[in-house]
Design a protein around this ligand. Structure first.
Ligand code: SAM
Length: 355
């Protein structure tokens, strides 16, 4: 028997929304696969093509490509011309599904299957607490490096470095730079190549991330960058660096307070700590209308929070929020903290912290 207050129209509208969730999550997976097998690159800037032609261009099995195109067409990603049985990726869509445009969402969608891989582990954690360690996330560092090259590397020169007045001149003259939680080292490798007079370092506790960084730096013949496996909470250096950065690397730490204190200590008295971290408020109600909140809370419990808890850590999570970040920076000894929101990267806040 339904409650008399039960609003049937509201329930039906909600259920239609849930059908959309089925569709959108299906499209997310298809975008990720399409990116990995090169289908968007094969279709971009091409006239309409048959499924056979698309499969040949991408070097793939036609039957799979044709069914995938079914998702793409009904999902309104790709146009279909039934008279000629041909398909076409509009330029406006290719601009956000390939590496040619300002952001490749198909690459970003790879996080969906990366996170889904640990569903069984998460179910266990929901029941019994604890966490899922980094080692359980296959492809994490590879997908993170792709994300970093989009949101950080491409934006360093035009958007991020100018946040610190005079920084590019100092980098040209020669300074000491450290990136904490550097992952695959994309940012330091890019800066080391651009500023040969400066010396760069990247620390991360991931052997895989550091190996990837070292290999790339060696392949590029860079001699002014080093990468080391180190715990961010125990840097153990004093007043050494002019610039320390961390890109999306505080909130998933087991000991974020220790990391910030360690960074404050490693920074010279007039040094700058430049941080990129997920945009959001520490208060749930203030995140209600932000465009990517459900996505970010999901990334949080299924990766950022759980990897920290797996290490017996604080479990801040991706949605720790600007208020908490500023509070922790002050507690670590930073007197001045400026916040910036950059147009190219609506998912992150940039902080400039000084002693
Ligand atoms: C979200 S990833 C960001 C990686 C990189 N900064 C980027 O933007 O691609 C966070 C990084 O923090 C590293 N990390 C987590 N806990 C750490 C710890 N205790 N010490 C050093 N690195 C740590 C992880 O291994 C991972 O590479």
């Amino acid at each position: 028997m339904l409650d008399s207050t039960f609003n049937q129209a509201k329930a039906e509208a909600f259920s239609m929304g849930l059908v959309e969730v089925f569709n959108k999550s299906a499209i997310a997976l298809a975008l990720s696969i399409g990116h990995r097998v090169g289908l968007f690159a094969a279709m971009a800037k091409q006239p309409d093509l048959t499924s056979q032609q698309i499969a040949e261009r991408a070097g793939l099995n036609e039957r799979y490509v044709r069914e995938w195109l079914g998702t793409m067409v009904t999902g309104r990603v790709v146009n279909y011309f039934p008279e000629t049985l041909t398909y076409q990726l509009p330029d406006e869509h290719a601009a956000f599904l390939t590496d040619e445009g300002e952001y490749n969402f198909a690459s970003g969608m790879q996080f969906v299957p990366v996170l889904a891989k640990v569903e069984d582990n998460l179910v266990e954690c929901f029941r019994n607490g604890g966490g899922v360690p980094y080692s359980e996330f296959p492809r994490f560092h590879e997908v993170m490096a792709a994300e970093s090259s989009q949101t950080v590397v491409a934006a360093l020169e035009p958007h991020i470095l100018p946040l610190v007045p005079g920084l590019t001149e100092k980098l040209e003259a020669g300074i000491e730079v450290l990136d904490v939680g550097c992952g695959s080292g994309q940012a330091m490798i890019t800066l080391a190549a651009k500023y040969p007079n400066s010396r760069f370092a990247g620390y991360d506790f991931s052997e895989e991330g550091i190996a990837r960084a070292r290999n790339e730096a060696a392949a590029k013949g860079l001699t002014n960058v080093r990468f080391e496996v180190r715990d961010a909470a125990a840097i153990g250096e004093t007043a050494k660096y002019d610039l320390i950065t961390s890109f999306d690397a505080i909130h998933d730490q087991a000991n974020p307070a220790g990391m910030l204190t360690s960074i404050e200590q490693a920074l010279k008295p007039d040094g700058v700590y430049l941080i990129q971290d997920i945009t959001g408020s520490s208060y749930l109600e203030k995140n209600y209308d932000r465009p990517a909140s459900p996505w970010l809370y999901t990334i949080s419990y299924s990766h950022c929070m759980t990897v920290s808890l797996a290490d017996g850590g604080a479990g801040l999570g991706a949605m720790w929020g600007e208020e908490k970040c500023v509070e922790m920076l002050h507690e670590a000894g930073f007197q001045k903290v400026d916040l910036h929101h950059l147009e190219h990267d609506f998912m992150n806040t940039y902080y400039i912290a000084t002693k």
